[in-house]
Design a protein around this ligand. Structure first.
Ligand code: SF4
Length: 400
């Protein structure tokens, strides 16, 4: 499948690259990413087709035996995404994963993504066993928002509503009033702004800045960033766009503002995915983790996808548009965790109760907003005002 994708320099780094990177990383202070070199070192070695097939068969057997379901993020390796789908699980963004884990009847959830996704699954389903291929697979946003410092920041501004992105630890979620994902962040902030609330936003400064610009809300931003999205380069994107004038540029709002400025479509992973079938364009330039190209190519096999540039002026040795923590998930680790159940997500019961509240608020809001959008296509242009009126009429305003 990958052969169908245009080969702009986005290839996953080779082992040689990683060794060079490891050497470089020792002399570099990479912002908010203290375990980056560790993550690259744990990226699984490539396998032969036969080896892959043998692991896949064994995993299928164990998923059945353990009555487990596999839930994968769009950014993990294609074979893991396919396996999740083939075995009755799902592939999605973090909001879709959370909803699926909460509603599925399986006793064991195998969450293939990064740590905060497994924690969210555990928070929403504490009675279930939640396994992850590697509990050390984390996220630079999570790492860059330690609970003590973030809590102090919140304490200094007690008049503000605390809204945090899902890419945070359970402790940070428990400190928040709302948890949001990029698929529903703008709507929730718009809603809070309309209620006259001032906001503390954490941890992604680019997404926060984008939401602030879109909603006009009064937001204090924590200064975290995603090491993958932070790497997209605006000058090279401009050159690429000139070379492909008919291409539609799809950008995740975790990218820097100067990259977002070149976007034709800005949105969550799911929104970008929908754009490839919604628009008639035959070529798309994609600025998000390149794991998503697998699903894009499946949904629109006749179309061409070009990775937005991370190389060029200002590039660093870590430019490759693949998340090293997502890349830590592999078939062997999936098989081992199903066999030994050693990588379990465990959280303190009180922490679960406190972290669940802001997540449930988001899920309730998202459900109501979805109903509203389905019933009121014509009113969507009126935005949050129409939604607020609809809520009052339905008396859902107290649901959160
Ligand atoms: S791609 Fe960025 S936001 Fe997503 S898990 Fe990796 S570091 Fe975190």
């Amino acid at each position: 499948m990958k052969n169908a994708i245009a080969h702009y320099p986005y290839e996953k780094p080779s082992l040689d690259f990683m060794h060079t990177y490891l050497a470089d990383a020792k002399t570099q202070q990479v912002e908010n990413s203290c375990t980056l070199q560790h993550a690259w070192a744990k990226v699984p070695q490539p396998m032969s087709q036969e080896q892959q097939q043998s692991y896949i068969e064994d995993i299928k057997k164990l998923l059945k035996e353990r009555r487990a379901v596999m839930v994968a993020h769009y950014y993990v390796e294609p074979e893991l995404q396919d396996l999740a789908l083939e075995t009755g699980g799902m592939v999605g963004d973090s909001l879709e994963m959370a909803k699926f884990c909460q509603s599925h009847s399986a006793e064991t959830l195998l969450v293939v993504g990064v740590r905060f996704m497994g924690e969210t699954a555990k928070i929403l389903s504490p009675q279930k066993t939640v396994l992850m291929p590697d509990l050390e697979a984390t996220c630079s946003l999570d790492l860059g928002c330690p609970i003590d410092a973030f809590s102090k920041f919140c304490d200094e501004h007690p008049d503000r509503t605390v809204v945090v992105y899902a890419n945070t630890s359970a402790e940070v979620k428990a400190r928040a009033d709302w948890v949001v994902t990029s698929s529903i962040a703008i709507e929730i902030v718009q809603y809070l702004h309309a209620q006259g609330q001032k906001i503390i936003w954490g941890p992604d400064r680019h997404l926060g800045g984008y939401i602030q610009a879109q909603t006009g809300a009064d937001m204090l931003l924590w200064q975290g960033s995603c090491i993958v999205h932070n790497e997209f380069k605006s000058i090279e994107l401009e050159h690429l766009k000139k070379k492909h004038p008919d291409a539609l540029v799809l950008v995740h709002p975790e990218s820097p503002a100067e990259v977002v400025a070149y976007a034709d479509v800005i949105g969550s992973t799911s929104k970008l995915l929908k754009a490839v079938t919604h628009y008639e364009n035959q070529t798309f330039i994609v600025a998000t983790d390149l794991g998503i190209l697998h699903e894009m190519q499946k949904q629109a096999p006749e179309k061409k996808f070009i990775a937005a540039p991370t190389a060029g002026n200002g590039a660093t040795c870590k430019s490759c548009a693949f998340c090293p923590w997502m890349a830590m998930n592999g078939l062997e680790a999936c098989l081992n965790v199903l066999k030994y159940q050693h990588q379990r997500v465990e959280l303190d019961a009180e922490l679960i109760v406190n972290a669940e509240k802001p997540i449930l608020k988001m899920l309730a809001f998202s459900e109501q907003y979805q109903k509203f959008s389905q019933d009121n296509q014509h009113a969507l242009n009126e935005g949050v005002q129409a939604f607020n009126t609809w809520l009052m009429e339905k008396k859902h305003g107290t649901a959160w």
